[in-house]
Design a protein around this ligand. Structure first.
Ligand code: AVJ
Length: 324
């Protein structure tokens, strides 16, 4: 063996095939710096997100849950009897339970395909759901649902397909990605439809509070991305030297989340150095808000026929049925 051989030049070999590693190195090399929000959701990030959903300031989860409960009968009706439900980014499988409870015994869905990138989280949640609903075939698909090549698990779906995409996750996409996702969904769900939760444009103070909670859970969720990089990519981010920064940008109708460097510093990630100036940010998330009409137009552009829309009295959140 060559003693003193040169260390690997760029990415350490064992990290080279890791998507998080590739995307973070690429995002850190751009200006402004950015990373896709899907990387928030390791085990700790998923647990922090579940805590966000219970916060008094974070209205979306609670409001959507109420809409799904209140309009359950109509929702079960548009989904139709004996459907195959495909959930995009299923997380902890809480919301599908509300939908399942709304069906008459004679119309219960047949199969349920929760798709999620957090595979370990998913298997366990799927087992619990099947224990509660033994009549339902639960077939978890550990995949990135934006990558059609990873969706071969859906071949087992032979019935009428209805999609479920709650939580306003669609808000994480830019306009181009949202259209690409809806087009993919319209293709996958051909002949059925999509039930999708969409957060609405509203007064900036309510939005600001929802992403700047008093307990700092959203800040911990944002910073967890750096902790994850330290653990998985042998990075050396000092979490005390980055600050959570979230604000509403009215002209873009979106919340932006950033991690802002509190000093001039150099960070090492997978063998590469990155210099941060004081105040320089890593852009970690966009959360777009929609008007009902604006979202319906987007759905039409993707090839859906928009159906009924349900909302709460305060018009904080909306749930749309789109026919494909
Ligand atoms: C899961 C993308 C819908 O944008 O509100 C919550 C994620 N980020 N608090 C959102 C999130 C900060 C959430 N989505």
């Amino acid at each position: 063996a060559l003693v003193g051989a040169a260390p690997p030049r760029r990415v350490q070999a064992d990290l080279a095939d890791n998507a998080f590693c590739r995307d973070l190195l690429e995002g850190l090399s751009q200006s402004p710096r950015k990373i896709a929000p899907k990387y928030f959701y390791d085990a700790q990030g998923s647990a922090l997100f579940d805590r966000i959903c219970e916060l008094p300031e974070y209205y979306p989860t609670r409001t959507e849950r109420r809409i799904l409960e209140r309009h359950g009968r109509e929702i079960a009706h548009v989904m139709g009897p004996q459907a195959d439900i495909i959930e995009f980014g299923a997380g902890s499988l809480e919301k599908i339970r509300i939908v399942l409870r709304s069906f008459e015994a004679s119309a219960l869905p047949r199969r349920y395909f929760p798709i999620d990138i957090s595979g370990s989280h998913l298997e366990e949640a799927a087992r619990r759901l099947h224990d509660e609903c033994p009549w339902l075939q639960v077939r978890p698909v550990a995949a990135d649902y934006m990558d059609e090549a990873q969706l071969s698990g859906l071949d087992a779906s032979t019935g009428r397909r209805v999609g479920f995409f709650p939580g306003s996750t669609i808000g994480n996409f830019d306009a181009h990605e949202a259209l690409a996702f809806l087009r993919l969904a319209a293709r996958v769900l051909e002949g059925g439809g999509l039930l999708v939760g969409v957060d609405l444009v509203k007064d900036p103070q309510t939005l600001h509070r929802a992403y700047n909670d008093a307990q700092g859970v959203t800040a911990a969720f944002n910073l967890n991305l750096l902790r994850r990089a330290n653990v998985e990519l042998s990075a050396d981010f000092d979490l005390r030297e980055f600050a959570h920064y979230a604000f509403y940008e009215p002209r873009k109708q979106r919340i932006e989340m950033h991690l802002v460097s509190q000093c001039a510093q150099t960070v090492r990630v997978a063998g590469q150095n990155f210099r941060f100036e004081e105040g320089e940010s890593l852009h970690t998330e966009n959360s777009h808000k929609f008007t009902i009409e604006g979202f319906r137009k987007l759905a039409v552009a993707a090839g859906f026929r928009p159906g009924p829309v349900w909302t709460d009295e305060a018009r904080l959140f909306s749930v749309h049925w789109l026919e494909s």
